[in-house]
Design a protein around this ligand. Structure first.
Ligand code: SF4
Ligand code: SF4
Length: 130
């Protein structure tokens, strides 16, 4: 069965996976590298800001790891889905379609909130039925 990607259907090209920050990850370094095998360890994430290239950067904080991604997360697939959907980080799992964080991301990229898009879709389809 082909799974529908309601995010891309509703005009969002995985915008929450573009330049995401993970400010506090209570996981091991090995775990980070299973999500992002090409991640680069840096002394400070400011280094990542200075470097004019995309990629995944991480540093060890006092208690937890911090991860910063410049550009799209490398796990975004060609259909704007997540290629590690089943095992993605907890923060990604919490980021829900239609929730406040989703809405503010969509508005940043000038696309309407998911619920508004859905409402308009339903209105359109009910017009077709009549
Ligand atoms: S959860 Fe929201 S912001 Fe993220 S890809 Fe889906 S629609 Fe876009
Ligand atoms: S791991 Fe998946 S959900 Fe998380 S930022 Fe990357 S592509 Fe997006």
């Amino acid at each position: 069965m082909i799974e529908r990607n309601m995010c891309s259907e509703s005009c969002c090209k995985a915008f929450c996976c573009l330049n995401p920050d993970f400010p506090s990850m209570d996981v091991s370094e090995e775990q980070i590298l299973t999500w992002w095998p090409d991640a680069v360890r840096v002394i400070s994430l400011e280094v990542a800001d200075i470097l004019h290239k995309s990629g995944v950067f991480y540093m060890e904080g006092e208690v937890r790891y911090q991860v910063k991604i410049k550009g799209y997360c490398p796990n975004v697939d060609e259909k704007f889905g997540c290629s590690i959907e089943e095992r993605k980080p907890e923060l990604c799992k919490k980021f829900g379609l239609g929730q406040d964080d989703c809405t503010s991301t969509r508005l940043t990229y000038f696309i309407p909130p998911y619920c508004e898009w859905l409402y308009n879709q339903n209105r359109e389809s009910s017009r077709v039925v009549k």
